[in-house]
Design a binder for this molecule. Structure first.
Ligand SMILES: [Zn+2]
Length: 187
């Protein structure tokens, strides 16, 4: 398949770089994929179109609406891989909020803190990592919570796969929220 995305003056290249929310056959959000891949899945009938944008993409043979949400025809079992959380993912989970003082800050003013310090055998896992502002992190240093007389405002936990997918793309998350809301009304 060749996508006609190189026409000067069109927004096609921008559009093609957008991400499409993929739902499992069960309607559970699975992942975000490039528009190009979503179109291939649709053309191969491996997915159905749930929601599309107003713009179209021209392929060699036809015009297709740009997909926003697609749903896989067959249920995919997702292996729950225990990959170490990235700095970005921890900050997203914590909504860019310091777990010690509750201040919300820009990403470059935040750090990731090991609740039980690495030097004390603390692990690099979801439940031992929190977002912390530079001030709180510096104050805590290599001490434990007890030693530093600090408290966590919430207990860090491992987010579900779905939560992580949606956290990575607020636009897709909002589309999904509306979709679910719409279905609830129709049901
Ligand atoms: Zn703080």
């Amino acid at each position: 398949m060749h996508l006609d995305s190189s026409v000067p003056g069109t927004e096609a290249p921008v559009t093609l770089s957008r991400r499409v929310l993929v739902l499992n056959a069960s309607y559970e959000p699975l992942s975000l994929i490039p528009v190009r891949r979503a179109i291939v899945l649709l053309m191969e009938r491996k997915a159905e179109l749930i929601e599309s944008g107003k713009r179209v993409i021209r392929t060699v043979s036809r015009q297709l609406p740009i997909p926003l949400i697609i749903r896989l025809s067959h249920f995919v079992r997702v292996p729950r891989r225990e990959s170490p959380p990235s700095r970005n993912a921890v900050m997203l989970r914590d909504a860019h909020t310091c777990a010690y003082c509750g201040q919300q800050k820009a990403r470059n003013q935040l750090t990731i803190d090991h609740v039980v310090p690495r030097s004390r055998g603390g692990s690099h896992t979801w439940t031992n990592l929190v977002t912390a502002c530079q001030r709180c992190n510096q104050f805590k240093g290599h001490r434990t919570l007890e030693e530093a007389r600090m408290k966590l405002l919430w207990q860090p936990s491992q987010p579900s796969h779905v939560t992580l997918v949606l956290l990575r793309n607020p636009v897709a998350a909002e589309r999904y929220r509306l979709l679910v809301a719409g279905e609830a009304v129709a049901a």
